[in-house]
Design a protein. Structure first.
Lengths: 358, 292
């Protein structure tokens, strides 16, 4: 890269960091009418009220517009009595609007999945995410930490593409507690083919967080295509598994392949938060929802509540009971058996063989 | 490559009144399916019950000597071998009980058109009721390569354990066959949680034959279904054919291996298994759970 290009890039980076500086975001939120989170009633033991945001994409050139959208959704969740809110996968794409001229970028193919179809004139799109990483880190840390603290609500941020020191890029979601403290983060563990082709990396650590609201985990999107993710979480003691998603189209049957069967086979509650709308020629659609083992739901269908649309902004609110879940696990009749000898006999070798084949 | 026609038979216990009536019914259905071009036919779980009229309940049968249990199994197999040979089909004869080293297993098998038992499969995960009956878990999952593709058997409740279908798929199954008897009133969601989703997460074909009605004081209900990955089915439902009622009869579907290959090529789920993570976590987690 030429020296002048380097200087331009550095200057632009400084400009973006200035525009998204924490004190600016905090000042913006300070002007809002916010209830006193400390006056909030403590949650019922065993009952958890959950909000799942269905976020509709809208490109923003001003980061405070993004903060405003998240503020509006968290505020509504608070007034609905929610103790935790989850946001979708890629809940940062709106912020690409900060890049001048980005709206003129045309997709190579309208049906392209996620970022696979974006034409950046030969520029590696991962370089864009690498460049934006410091900015995204600040926006996410400030916005969600502040909102969690101000409303006294747990927040799962949805995911953002972040690069590490060695340049590797991961899809990462974060959890903030009701005091605004970062509890932890989770990297996406299984990639879409197009993400793998782009060079995004998959995480190698899976975590369950012990919180006041129970043991919670938040793998990301494709992770729910694989029973292995939820089996690990079940064995780690997870009660509620949150799943930020960003799917390119919605079909009720294809949607049924994700979190719903995983909830049934691993006896956990599941919460899905979907990204919807269109950005840079990429379409996203899906229904946010809250799911439970079918025996614990009114219609015996495994659905506690689900969004009405697959393409509009919605906030799905529902309540789950951890005591009922724990009782169900003790009583369950059909599932709940294990055959360790069988797994030990086959899995290590089968996974190894697959590795060699590839 | 190819496509093959297959059929799944559903039996309603109310329609079967005797051993002879059972064989007549099954032979008639297999004959009809074969005449329509089916090369592979499945029957539901617990078909051996129709040969055990003198026992009031399953418990009293399972309390018989190993000799009686294995003789009855042999008789059951011989009758079904004849049916497979008569109509020149691969036949999954439903399920039966077998005794090995004094332990009783709930099992199924695959019979070739020539009458050879290609594969015998014990159920590997048990419900509370099955454990209380003293049944044992199978410890082996085999598949068999045939001219119509790799076949694996998922017996009864094994369809609710994703480990089973994953192992069978990674061991070469293209079609997983499930002789089933789903306890309780009919609820279509129970089947989505079972074979439907096993097919989706492994991108294989699934054949599920259901037993319907009362048997040994237990109610069973389900709808016999032939499954395929969503992308290659009408309306992307993941269903090639389904029996819409609870009566005795059969359904037929054509399994297109080319279409399945295209689905996998576009969306190769198994290529993206996170093997490194599983290798690290599962031994540890199971060990911890065992210690609990």
């Amino acid at each position: 890269m030429k020296l002048i290009e380097k200087i331009k890039q550095k200057a632009f980076s400084k400009y973006l960091l200035w525009k998204t500086r924490p004190c600016r975001i905090k000042k913006y939120l300070d002007k809002k009418e916010i209830p006193d989170a400390n006056r909030r009633e403590p949650p019922d033991s065993g009952n958890v009220k959950i909000a799942s945001a269905q976020v509709r994409l809208k490109m923003v050139s001003e980061p405070l517009e993004y903060v405003e959208t998240m503020f509006r959704l968290v505020k509504r969740a608070y007034y609905e009595g929610a103790q935790i809110i989850v946001f979708p996968e890629y809940n940062f794409l709106q912020l690409l609007g900060m890049l001048p001229g980005i709206d003129k970028i045309a997709p190579k193919d309208k049906t392209a999945e996620k970022f696979g179809g974006i034409d950046l004139d030969g520029l590696d799109i991962l370089d864009v995410f690498r460049f934006l990483t410091p900015v995204m880190k600040v926006i996410f840390a400030t916005t969600y930490s502040e909102l969690a603290r101000l409303f006294g609500i747990y927040i799962i941020t949805g995911s953002v593409l972040l690069s590490e020191k060695d340049g590797s890029v991961y899809s990462v979601a974060m959890l903030y507690d009701d005091k605004g403290r970062l509890v932890g983060q989770q990297k996406k563990l299984h990639l879409m083919p197009v993400e793998a082709e782009m060079g995004i990396n998959c995480g190698q650590e899976i975590r369950v967080f012990d919180t006041r609201l129970g043991k919670i985990a938040f793998p990301i999107c494709m992770d729910a295509t694989y029973f292995e993710t939820f089996r690990m979480l079940e064995l780690m003691g997870a009660d509620i598994v949150f799943l930020p998603i960003a799917d390119n189209d919605y079909n009720e049957w294809k949607a049924l392949r994700g979190i719903w069967p995983r909830v049934q086979e691993s006896s956990v509650y599941g919460v899905k938060s979907a990204l919807v709308g269109e950005i840079l020629g990429m379409d996203f659609a899906g229904k946010s929802g809250i799911y439970a083992p079918m025996e614990l739901t009114k219609n015996k269908d495994g659905i506690v509540v689900e969004a009405e649309s697959a393409d509009k902004e919605e906030l799905v609110i529902g309540e789950v009971c951890l005591n009922k879940l724990h009782e169900f696990r003790r009583q369950k009749h059909i599932i709940g058996d294990r055959n360790l000898e069988l797994y030990e006999r086959y899995f290590p070798k089968l996974y190894e063989n697959l590795y060699k084949e590839q | 490559m190819k496509s093959v026609k297959v059929s799944c038979i559903q039996l309603n216990t109310a329609d079967i009144t005797s051993e002879e009536n059972y064989y007549q019914t099954v032979s008639g259905l297999v004959e009809e399916a074969a005449s329509l071009g089916s090369v592979l036919v499945t029957l539901p779980a617990y078909t051996q019950a129709f040969l055990l009229w003198e026992f009031n309940d399953l418990e009293s049968y399972l309390n018989q000597s190993s000799e009686i249990i294995n003789n009855r199994k042999q008789k059951f197999l011989e009758k079904h071998i004849k049916i497979a040979q008569n109509y020149g089909v691969y036949l999954l004869p439903g399920s039966f009980f077998s005794c090995k080293n004094g332990k009783i297993y709930h099992s199924s098998c695959m019979i070739s058109p020539e009458g050879e038992v290609l594969l015998e499969q014990d159920q590997t995960h048990l419900s509370k009721r099955e454990r209380n009956l003293g049944l044992q878990r199978g410890k082996i999952l085999e598949t068999v390569k045939t001219e119509i593709g790799g076949l694996g058997l998922c017996v009864g409740n094994d369809c609710y354990y994703p480990e089973v279908s994953r192992i069978l798929t990674l061991r070469g199954a293209d079609i997983i066959l499930c002789p089933n008897a789903i306890e309780g009133e009919y609820n279509r969601w129970k089947q989505f949680a079972g074979m439907w989703q096993e097919v989706q997460q492994n991108q294989i074909f699934g054949m599920e034959s259901c037993l319907v009605g009362e048997l040994w004081d237990v109610t069973f209900d389900g709808r016999t279904t032939i499954y395929a990955p969503c992308e290659m089915t009408e309306g992307e439902k993941g269903i090639l054919n389904i029996k819409h009622d609870g009566g005795t009869g059969f359904i037929l579907a054509s399994l297109s291996f080319d279409a399945r290959e295209r689905v996998i090529e576009h969306y190769p789920i198994l290529k993206h298994l996170n093997r490194r993570l599983y290798r690290k976590m599962f031994p540890l987690l199971y060990k911890e759970r065992e210690a609990d």
